[in-house]
Design a protein around this ligand. Structure first.
Ligand code: FAD
Length: 237
């Protein structure tokens, strides 16, 4: 539900059991295009799972989905990493948010994407997937999983995974790589059997997710969890 009539959007936002009040306690500009915001409030109704997302109202009639990158129940806060891409109403709204602002944030909902008992995990995404990457990393380590992150990033964001403390990642250019089946076929994961039964978590750009998914389905027997987070020319997903 990325768009609703204003009266329905008002009603949704007023339902405090699905959209509790939050206060911004901290804003970190990771760089010009990525902003981490800490939301403080009552988390008692929040169930954080890898793959779930929170909705935020970004205009009179529109909501957008964003992923919790870290949460601390005892201290009552969670963080979201926002890609400020400057092409949409959500990005523009998030760009204006400051410490001390109050807003409602939806309780996390969606599809679970992580199975702790599976040994190998490959996590693919772009700037919009950095939150899911940060949230899953502690679990991958705690459960002694084997893991790799593949990120396709704009050139100016190439150093962000390091700034966020991510590990075992490979960074790719967005210039026509994960949209190209032949190129995907040549990735190192297809050169050994190790990744044949891995779990694959694919998020980010819809076209990249779809193309990578198609190759994985042809070439591996792994389980694929995929969700496109945004698509060129499409408002809200
Ligand atoms: C389950 C889920 C979880 C998500 N988690 C996050 C998250 O943690 N952080 C985050 O930043 N985003 C996340 N997203 C993606 C975010 O919701 C979309 O990028 C959304 O489109 C942003 O809304 P907007 O109003 O800024 O742009 P829209 O109005 O939706 O789109 C306007 C135009 O902007 C362009 N556009 C949209 N997103 C991007 C982008 N990322 N890069 C470049 N161009 C873009 C498109 O071409 C589109 O035509 C998530 C999406 C889903 C579905």
């Amino acid at each position: 539900m990325s768009k609703l009539p204003k009266w329905a959007a008002d009603l949704t936002e007023k339902a405090s059991f699905i959209m509790p009040d939050m206060k911004i306690s901290e804003v970190v500009h990771i760089n010009q295009n990525l902003k981490k915001i800490r939301f403080q409030g009552d988390l008692s109704r929040m169930n954080f799972q890898i793959g779930y997302a929170n909705i935020i109202r970004v205009s009179d009639t529109e909501f957008r989905n964003y992923t919790t990158s870290y949460h601390n129940i005892e201290e009552g806060y969670f963080d979201i990493i926002f890609h400020i891409h400057r092409n949409g109403v959500g990005s523009n709204y998030i760009d204006t948010l400051k410490s001390g602002n109050e807003l409602k944030v939806g309780i996390p909902r969606g599809k679970k994407m992580y199975e702790q008992n599976v040994k190998h995990h490959l996590i693919f995404g772009d700037e919009t997937s950095l939150g899911i990457a940060c949230s899953v990393l502690p679990l991958l380590k705690q459960n002694k999983n084997e893991y790799q992150f593949y990120f396709e990033l704009d050139d100016e964001n190439r150093n962000v995974p390091e700034l966020l403390g991510l590990e075992n990642y490979t960074i790719f250019s967005k210039k026509d790589t994960f949209r190209n089946e032949l190129w995907i076929n040549s990735l190192p994961i297809f050169k050994t059997n190790e990744w044949n039964f891995a779990n694959y978590i694919l998020t980010g750009n819809v076209k990249s997710v779809q193309t990578f998914r198609k190759v994985l389905k042809d070439k591996t027997q792994g389980k694929i969890y995929s969700q496109g987070f945004w698509l060129e020319g499409k408002k809200g997903l």
